[in-house]
Design a binder for this molecule. Structure first.
Ligand code: FES
Length: 293
């Protein structure tokens, strides 16, 4: 689906009509929130990114009204605000669904099945990239790498992780979202709607019970390299759920019948930091010699 010039903030030389204003009560509420956000920064214009999330939380996408509001409270031009809002993909420029389902189709996820997931979801939902289902529940999107490659292929719903997906699990996920059945991200905070997510991204506390405790922290696959580098333990092989195995919370295998090999014996030990001069005595590590020395 293509965006219209006005959605992209592009003028065709016609004078644009002024953006419609928020109702007085909405504007008063947003101004209170905006003051709180602006107070966090030494320079008010630094508050633009969270303010765009704030107006996105109000309407579900960044409208001309929202951009005018940001420009007013930050004393910026609408052109400056539009330039930022149209640059970052986390700001949506047209009405979208309650759940933004992003399928990572960057290289690693793509080869691990992301392309297949995206293509099957398109067919299953009957929508293309950036389009929303008729019930207004799900917007399907390609997304770029979210630094979760060790859990590829990854699907994100409103920026919460659903790791190690398959076409079937992804289809179940969108079916559950559309039916209003509870779904639980693989890790991180519980799922909420896109508007609620936008408010949290504006910097307001997530007050849902257990949300703070659940957020943050790396998943076990991300910590394997760190554990190996520290020589703490041999890393367990993180097995993809589709292979029918499982792991406990710290990444160690549940079957502890066989002793773990030491890091140097482990098949992945080549990933551990090596002593460069020891590994290549003919070329010891050190400052490069000047030419002619
Ligand atoms: S390539 Fe998909 S998370 Fe990095």
């Amino acid at each position: 689906m293509t965006t219209s010039p006005s959605e992209r903030g592009v003028s065709l030389g016609m004078p644009e009509l002024p953006a419609p204003a928020y109702p007085d009560d909405v504007r008063a509420r947003l101004e209170t929130d905006a003051r709180e956000i602006i107070a966090r920064y030494p320079d008010s214009r630094s508050a633009l990114l969270p303010l765009l999330h704030l107006v996105q939380a109000e309407e579900g996408h960044v409208t001309r009204t929202g951009m005018q509001f940001c420009a007013d409270v930050l004393e910026l031009t609408t052109a400056e605000v539009t330039a930022v809002a149209t640059f970052y993909t986390m700001y949506r420029r047209r009405p979208s669904g309650d759940y933004q389902v992003g399928v990572c189709t960057n290289t690693l996820c793509a080869v691990m099945g992301g392309d297949a997931i995206f293509s099957e979801l398109q067919e299953h939902l009957g929508v293309g990239n950036g389009e929303t289902t008729d019930d207004g529940k799900v917007t399907l999107e390609h997304i770029e790498c979210n630094a979760a490659c060790d859990f590829a292929p990854v699907v994100m719903v409103n920026w919460e992780f659903f790791d190690n997906q398959t076409p079937d699990t992804a289809k179940r996920l969108v079916d559950d979202l559309r039916a209003g059945r509870p779904v639980e991200p693989t890790r991180g905070a519980p799922l909420c709607t896109f508007k609620e997510t936008a408010r949290i991204l504006a910097g307001f506390p997530d007050e849902r019970p257990g949300a703070v405790e659940a957020s943050g922290g790396a998943g076990p696959a991300s910590l394997v390299g760190l554990r190996l580098a520290r020589g703490e333990t041999a890393p367990a092989r993180v097995v993809h759920p589709r292979e029918g195995s499982s792991q406990d919370g710290d990444g160690a295998p549940q079957d502890r019948g066989a002793p773990e090999p030491s890091p140097s014996e482990h098949p992945s030990s080549h990933d551990a930091p090596q002593d460069t001069s020891a590994s290549d005595p003919a070329h010891p590590a050190g400052p490069a010699a000047e030419e002619g020395e």
